[in-house]
Write a protein that binds this ligand. Structure first.
Ligand code: ADP
Length: 220
């Protein structure tokens, strides 16, 4: 098969989503090729990504010339222009690229991308709405969906689980959740041990069914 160097990512469409993603990938040490039709966008990111090219990615010949297929991962960040998003995704799938990520702006858009065979479809507005609901309600400080109905949260250690070692609290049986990490005030995150005792102002990372982690964070 084709050699796809690890840590190389092509990002097509450098709007708010694509640009933020590309810059974060750069910060994490990836090699990033950015592609966008907009000259202003290209100029703005020039020098901040490994390479930035002004091009219309719906043109198959152009995608080939750019060697997009030789990148480890390809992300389609085009959103508002749904037709362009679908066209670029379908071209990449035609090349047989094994790891295509694409952003969807609506439910039907996501459905079409999934139906086409895009490997990872991201719905930022939808997911951020869900996540924000958990941040707004109660004491959840961070919320990450792991799977349908399953989540990881960061929250203050509820008083009900303070002052006793975690193994004595039997959180799995009593609340259906696991405390996986603890941060004392002013310190860094440490793995939770069976003998870990939580105190006021500690924060915890808790994993489990969404309703149960939410209920855990609401304990008094
Ligand atoms: P966001 O909401 O993340 O800002 P947009 O959908 O508004 O996303 O922006 C997507 C970006 O994709 C824009 O910068 C736009 O210029 C770019 N874009 C749109 N169509 C194409 C295309 N055919 N080829 C390359 N880039 C494109």
């Amino acid at each position: 098969g084709r050699r796809r160097p690890p840590g190389t990512v092509a990002v097509i469409g450098l709007g708010r989503f694509g640009a933020a993603l590309a810059l974060e990938l750069m910060r994490n040490g990836a090699e990033v090729l950015g592609v966008d039709t907009d000259e202003g966008v290209v100029q703005e990111l020039n020098g901040q990504l490994t390479a930035v090219v002004r091009a219309d990615a719906t043109q198959e010949q152009l995608l080939r010339q750019l060697g997009v297929d030789e990148f480890d991962k390809v992300v389609v960040g085009i959103g508002s222009d749904v037709q362009a998003s679908i066209l670029v995704a379908s071209r990449l799938l035609k090349f047989g690229h094994p790891e295509i990520w694409a952003k969807a702006i609506t439910g039907p858009h996501a459905e079409i991308l999934e139906q086409l065979g895009v490997h990872h479809v991201i719905s930022p507005e939808h997911d951020m709405g869900v996540r924000s609901a958990h941040l707004i309600q109660g004491r959840v400080l961070d919320f990450v969906v792991i799977d349908e109905g399953f989540a990881l949260i960061r929250c203050p250690a509820p008083e009900a689980v303070q002052q006793r070692p975690l193994d004595a609290l039997n959180l799995r049986r009593a609340h259906g959740v696991s405390v996986v990490s603890v941060r004392r005030p002013g310190e860094s995150w440490e793995p939770a041990e069976p003998g870990t005792v939580l105190y006021e102002n500690d924060q915890v990372l808790v994993i489990g069914p969404t309703r149960k982690v939410q209920a855990f964070s609401d304990l008094d």
